[in-house]
Design a protein around this ligand. Structure first.
Ligand code: GLA
Length: 386
């Protein structure tokens, strides 16, 4: 069965909704380490204090009945007949149900109400928040005994298989596993997290949303992934132990320079350099050297702009505009690219005036009003049995 028309009437029973499980599922930021996760490298994300909230209860109909307050959209589907929908938001949920059932976990009918604080297409992973919060809620409602790592991985598979985005593991890992007031330095090869205190002193993390989301994002994402994988396959012929760019040193990459096309070469060079920058950022945070963290963020952006080529004029404009402001230590595009937010490390008392200024110049240039929000590194998924 196809999911029913989202405009279908919400069942009367939803009016008096007594939740059995409540979930708060956060979006994420990424301080540094972009497009490195699917190359088995390092990333440094954190969940944030902006979330999707879910309420769950069982029903006796063998149906998943879901209402999004945010979009005023309702859908329902039979648990035995899970197929892809033409409504993209439903595929995140259908994908999660499908992946849970593939693990031979028994779901029964349930009702769910969702409310989101996360803008879509902003690069703060509303998708991972949706998948992981939904999976976590069902896990609790039906005592499925899935571990947090199971939830992370099945949510990533849901996105790969049902939504069709070949994403890495960073977003789901951050949304589920984060600790309040910490960044996670995640080794995407071993999936070992290292929690780094987010000691940013007089600064705050400010996201400036370009409010554009160029539709290149998905296809270019998958192309970048393939460019890196093709280079790995070539290097593997000589160095058989190499499984990903993670095992490729600058020296090995250089050795293959003549055999790799110039574009793929700079993509890989970027990935190796970005991994280095994550390591250096960890050190700089430990030394409370925020100027150095900021310089690494700028260098990351320039790599994404010129070597990895996943930025866009709107993001570059925001980063360029911040660069001569000495109260902004660092600024870079965040997430997959081609739109979404910049993340800025900025002195707290300058934020208000800066937002006014950046709104004016950005609007004058692109005729779009950007949206600015400050965020705080927060805990991963919170689940409460009522
Ligand atoms: C998206 C993906 C992540 C990661 C980033 C780029 O957010 O979902 O897995 O690859 O892009 O760093």
């Amino acid at each position: 069965m196809k999911p029913t028309d989202p405009n279908k009437n919400i069942p009367e029973e939803f009016k008096a909704f007594k939740a059995e499980v409540k979930v708060a599922s956060p979006g994420r930021i990424n301080l540094i380490g972009e497009h490195t996760d699917y190359n088995q490298g390092f990333v440094m994300p954190a969940a944030i204090d902006k979330k999707i909230y879910f309420q769950f209860r069982k029903n006796n109909y063998n149906l998943a009945r879901i209402y999004s307050e945010t979009f005023d959209a309702y859908t329902e589907f039979k648990l035995q007949e899970i197929t892809k929908s033409s409504n993209s938001w439903e595929n995140y949920l259908l994908g999660v149900i499908d992946e849970i059932q593939k693990l031979n976990k028994q779901l029964e009918g349930f009702d769910c109400i969702m409310r989101s604080e996360l803008p879509i297409g902003a690069g703060i992973s509303s998708s991972a928040a949706l998948e992981c919060g939904f999976a976590g809620g069902l896990n609790s409602l039906f005592n499925l005994e899935l571990t947090p790592m199971d939830i992370v991985k099945l949510s990533q598979r849901a996105e790969n298989n049902f939504v069709g985005s070949n994403c890495g593991i960073m977003d789901q890992f951050a949304s589920v596993m984060s600790k309040k007031d910490h960044f996670i330095k995640l080794d995407c090869e071993t999936l070992e997290p290292k929690f780094i205190p987010a000691k940013i002193e007089n600064c705050k993390l400010l996201l400036v949303n370009t409010n554009v989301s160029h539709n290149l994002a998905d296809s270019e994402y998958n192309t970048r992934r393939k460019e890196c994988e093709d280079v790995v396959a070539m290097i593997q012929q000589k160095y058989t132990e190499v499984q990903s760019l993670r095992q490729v040193s600058f020296e090995i990459l250089e050795e293959f320079r003549d055999q790799i096309d110039a574009t793929s070469f700079k993509r890989c060079q970027y990935v190796l350099e970005e991994n280095e920058r994550v390591r250096q950022t960890e050190k700089a945070l430990q030394d409370a050297n925020l100027k150095s963290v900021g310089q690494l963020m700028y260098a990351s952006h320039r790599g994404l702009q010129h070597q990895y080529e996943v930025s866009c004029p709107e993001l570059d404009f925001l980063v360029d505009f911040s660069e001569d402001k000495d109260f902004i230590y660092g600024s870079r595009m965040m997430g997959g690219g081609f739109g979404g937010c910049t993340i800025n490390l900025i002195e707290a008392d300058k934020i208000k005036a800066y937002i006014e200024e950046v709104e004016k110049v950005y609007k004058a240039k692109f005729n779009i009003t950007p949206t600015a929000i400050t965020v705080v590194p927060d805990a991963g998924t919170q689940i409460t049995k009522v």
